[in-house]
Design a protein around this ligand. Sequence first.
Ligand code: NAI
Ligand code: MG
Length: 398
Amino acid sequence: MGKRTIVRMPGDGIGKVVLDETIRVLDAAGFEADYVEGDIGWEFWCKEGNPLPDRTIELIKKHKIGLFGAITSKPKDAAFEELAPELKEKGLVYSSPIVGLRQHFGLDICLRPCKSYIGNPLNFIRRGQGDAIEEPAVDVAIFRQNTEGLYGGVEWSNPPDQVYDALMTHPKFKKNFDWCPKEELSVSTRIFTRKHTERILRAAFEHATKYGYKSVTVCEKPNVIRETSGMMYKLAQEIQKADYPNIELWNTNIDAQMMWLTKNPETYGVIVAGNMFGDIVSDGFAGLIGGLGFACSAQFNPDSGIGVFEPTHGSAPKYADYGTSIVNPIAMIESACMMLDFIDENDIAEKIRKAVAQVIAEGKVRTYDMMKMAGREDVVAKGAASTIQMADEVIAKL
Ligand code: NAI
Ligand code: MG
């Protein structure tokens, strides 16, 4: 196969530096690719009135694989304020380009692995018997449905008459909400389709099989959210029984799961959830393995083979203008490793992961977050590694 072309989308703020450094690591690891620049983010909203220009969509359609840094989003009023003057009369409304990408390409499978590195000072620890300090090894893979549910964007304030009338046909709505004037009502829907629920479940079971996890946990709330969470759990039972009898199926409620993950995180393997609960539980587990500087993700559509790989952190604007960048590039580097897995470059992915693991285990080069410092501009002077120094060290280990 010829050289790949990867669409690099740095976006805003620290997205730029973590992506640059990651590409340096990819080069050093021997990954041969051409990169084309995909415009995305705040700059393009302000200049063009569209944070996700069509030309970027076309590039991804053509090349299929994207590496994404981070974007800045701002509330409605601020978004309007910063729009170029000639665009202000056009009635444009800002919406997140990363959510736009997920929906445009149907990137319905989101995978967020959370695996602790030996020697990471940010790893979760707990007190065990006889006051012994325990540091359980966390190794979970969270599958989050990425396009539906509460983030599907089907919502209204002061809903149109047809919507209101439809709601009034539901006995519980009529009983509990008919006192509220329509103008004072806001409704966000939680839509699950059978097709996409089944896809995320199957992706989770497949992953468990391929990587030897013993259990898949559906993390929802079927006892209360009976229709959507209920459908997910019921489908999971059917799929497990028919096709994955050797994988255990567990069922936890999202609230209880947030408690359990700080008590016995080592118990869990693959976790699968809808969009919002997947978002929540993956941040919860990310906190146990070092937080945003370590949290990577993949989102893809298995049918089209289109995938976009990104750290879960944002653009951290307050750090973006520091003379020397201090942020941790590992989340972005790990996201690139997920890209390599996706395109069957597993050897290079493993090589990079090994180098990162070695840097963390040695503990000589640590970014400010790993030193539990506040993220000020002087952290490098105080001994923390800069973003570039961290990437250099990973490259040295390669
Ligand atoms: P954020 O993730 O940008 O930053 C929160 C804090 O986490 C930072 O102040 C910093 O202390 C820490 N942090 C983040 N990345 C780090 C790294 N690589 N190394 C070390 N520390 C790191 O979230 P925040 O401040 O809520 O949002 C900032 C902007 O980013 C907003 O405009 C938001 O809309 C956007 N955002 C974009 C996302 C994306 O592009 N996927 C995701 C989350 C937020
Ligand atoms: Mg989130």
